[in-house]
Design a protein around this ligand. Structure first.
Ligand code: CA2
Length: 152
């Protein structure tokens, strides 16, 4: 059954370059490998997965708007836009399903400018600092939240 189980995973700018630099912060896993791990986890958890990446703020906003119809929950690693984008915040505020903010690193123990998030005010919860495995943790949290919602 796919009702209440469609999960959109959104990835922001430069995450398509994962594995190419700063492995001490982000690890060596590429975004393609993360997507494969997410697909395996989604199958195990009974989620229908839509996994996307864009370097464009406008495209991410459009996808969030579309998700109001096409997804039951959103997991978002907005990357650098986390710290700058009122447009993403405004789009996420219109989403009625669960929103999970995700980061590979822990932005709270890095540079001060990473401590401000424009995603957090619209997020149901936040997962950060667990490396690429955070994506699987976020999918597990989403499966739990959607199952709870389905109970009514
Ligand atoms: O830790 C995260 O997941 C971040 O969202 C990653 C963003 C950063 O601006 C946030 O503060 C935290 C950076 C995404 C791009 O990172 C790359 C890492 C390695 C190679 C290429 C890009």
């Amino acid at each position: 059954m796919t009702a209440q189980r469609r999960t959109l995973v959104l990835n922001g700018p430069n995450l398509n370059m994962l594995g190419a630099r700063e492995p001490e912060i982000y690890g060596r896993t590429t975004l393609a490998q993360i997507e494969a791990e997410c697909r395996a986890a989604a199958t195990r958890l009974g989620l229908v997965l839509d996994f996307r990446q864009s370097n464009s703020e406008g495209e991410l906003v459009a996808w969030i708007q579309q998700a109001r119809e096409s997804a039951d929950g959103i997991i978002i690693n907005a990357a650098a836009l986390t710290h700058t984008s009122v447009a993403i915040l405004d789009a996420l505020k219109l989403v009625t399903g669960p929103v999970i903010e995700l980061h590979i690193s822990n932005p709270l123990n890095r540079e001060p400018f990473r401590r401000r998030s424009f995603v957090t005010p619209a997020a149901t919860g936040l997962i950060c600092g667990f490396g690429a495995h955070g994506y699987v943790l976020a999918l597990e949290a989403m499966a739990h939240l959607l199952a709870e919602r389905a109970k009514g």
